[in-house]
Design a protein around this ligand. Sequence first.
Ligand code: CP
Length: 304
Amino acid sequence: KRHLISAGDLTKDDALLILDTAEELASVSERSIKKLPTLRGRTVVNLFFEDSTRTRISFEAAAKRLSADVINFSAKGSSVSKGESLKDTALTLEAMGADAVVIRHGASGAPHRLANWVHGSVVNAGDGTHEHPTQALLDAFSMRRRLGALEGRKITIVGDVLHSRVARSNVLLLGTLGADVTLVAPPTLLPVSVGTWPCEVSYDLDAVLPKSDVVMMLRVQKERMNAAYFPSEREYSRRYGLDRDRFAKMPDDAIVMHPGPMNRGMEIAAEVADSARSTIVEQVANGVTIRMAVLYLLLGGETT
Ligand code: CP
């Protein structure tokens, strides 16, 4: 494949190839080999129209560890503020020789449109409320490293599903990998299309926790909470937050995940986020490895 736009575009073999490639790259890094020559002479453009800490920095680190040249573009401070379109911005960057464009954009579908305009590979780093496929890949990689194969594993994803591109990409990818996914959310924070998603839905977090191998908490996206009805923070936290008492209901070997950034004390208690069974910091480190694997397979290795 030339692009990575949706987790739904990946077959099980594609997904396993990315996870296995990441495993090989992790073992190279563990042997203290920090930099590989694989993408020398290739250029990766990070095109970010929305804020990011983890995704932007990890794509930059991943490209640099593969010896690619990296151009970081942030819409803030660019000619986007003078009204330049996505297409003209993309064509300008392509004229500078981009082999891959990593794009984060507030509009769902922006990476798909971009793929029609540029010759290089397009990687979706989060588009609106639609998808965030490399987050789902790093989440699956983190789960597999802790728990082994994902077939039949019970994964519970909790919170603001309505606005979560992370939830959608995870449901698609984890389903492809054979895991059983349950979404838990207030009815007002579920998309109307959720009935067509390959997962179960529950409104009772306390009933689902004891049966979960993984509990993934989602950030409440206050900045996107325009039309959706949202209970008070206190009420949300009481019904859907992962506090110490709820954490105790999980099986002893179950893990807690969060894509970040977190609202500590709201969807997740600080002591749960910082516990030994939380993979939140590992997820960030694994994000670099997964993004190395994606760039390697799109630009430098065998095609998926
Ligand atoms: N998880 C995630 O996408 O984080 P950033 O918004 O900081 O990139």
